[in-house]
Unconditional design. Structure first.
Length: 310
């Protein structure tokens, strides 16, 4: 029998994500926040091809702006490969060829998808045969969004977003995504949120320490009802992102005025996600936003997590 480790290469595809709901708890003593989020994996993908090598190297191509994407050990995909080798005692190396479709530093988890794909690809290439829970454990060590990129579909994330429970989602949800040439730092967004809350604490009141996902979100996902989901979208980070990038507010208004059911900042941004009533509706909205000079993409969800494709 030919083992996976004897193959010349393994290709794995992993999806980007949208946080359709994100409640951020109060700042904790360790500098982190508790989260409650509803993730949906969408059809913008990262492809990672793993090829045997003596050391650990990588290259990056893509359909998005790659400025600022490292190709050394700062890259989460390369760190994922090294972590798997260390944990399993694998003594060889790997070359990772990463092809990106998810906007870089765009709040859609592209780097996390790369890491999840690298874990699955190297596990298959090296024939290390880790179980799903074992891969999930390693994924959580790499970053809060990596376990979801591994799982895909629709899920509720708690803790720091890495404690996952699958959520039933029927049907298909169509999104138009407006990308930005200028990324936003996630730590900077969280810092700005803390400043905003402190500045407006009299108006805002106490911030919850144990956030939870609104039941209306779960009902909308179970029903496959885009209009119901549109009325329940929430992202606590949005106010901070718009303070850092005030230009995005006008784009949100344009998208909603042009027929989107609702618009939201994706994660920490700056990518904007507009929920649409149907694929046809999404196509029309994308055309309108393109004509206005915005870089718009059509994606749908939920889709599977990291999977071997060849």
């Amino acid at each position: 029998m030919t083992h996976a480790a004897e193959l010349p290469s393994v290709r794995v595809r992993a999806p980007g994500k949208i946080n359709v709901y994100l409640e951020v708890g109060a700042l904790q003593g360790d500098g982190y926040h508790e989260l409650a989020t509803a993730f949906q994996a969408v059809s913008l993908y990262e492809d990672v091809v793993a090829t045997p090598a003596d050391g650990f190297t990588m290259s990056v191509t893509g359909t998005v702006d790659l400025d600022g994407v490292p190709t050394d050990d700062r890259n989460l995909a390369l760190r994922a490969a090294r972590l798997l080798a260390t944990e399993t005692g694998y003594e060889g190396g790997v070359h990772l060829d990463v092809h990106k479709q998810v906007p870089v530093a765009g709040g859609m988890g592209g780097g996390s998808a790369d890491a999840a794909a690298a874990l699955v690809a190297c596990d298959a290439l090296w024939d290390t045969r880790l179980s799903g829970p074992e891969l999930h454990r390693l994924a959580a060590r790499l970053g809060a969004d990596v376990p979801f990129a591994l799982k895909g579909g629709t899920a509720i994330g708690t803790g720091r977003g890495d404690e996952l429970n699958p959520a039933l989602a029927r049907g298909r949800f169509d999104w138009v995504l407006v990308t930005s040439d200028e990324g936003v730092s996630t730590p900077k967004v969280y810092g700005e949120l803390d400043v905003h809350r402190e500045r407006h604490r009299v108006d805002i009141g106490p911030v919850v320490t144990r956030p939870s996902v609104d039941a209306d979100v779960l009902h909308a996902l179970r029903a496959g009802d885009a209009a119901m989901l549109a009325s329940a979208l929430r992202n606590d980070l949005q106010v901070a992102t718009l303070r850092i990038r005030p230009d995005l507010a006008a784009v949100l208004e344009k998208g909603e005025a042009s027929g989107a059911l609702a618009g939201i900042v994706s994660g920490s941004g700056p990518t904007l996600a507009f929920l649409c009533a149907s694929p046809e509706h999404a196509h029309e909205l994308r055309s309108v936003l393109d004509a206005q000079g915005h870089a718009a993409l059509h994606a749908h969800g939920p889709v599977p997590g990291a999977r071997v494709v060849s």
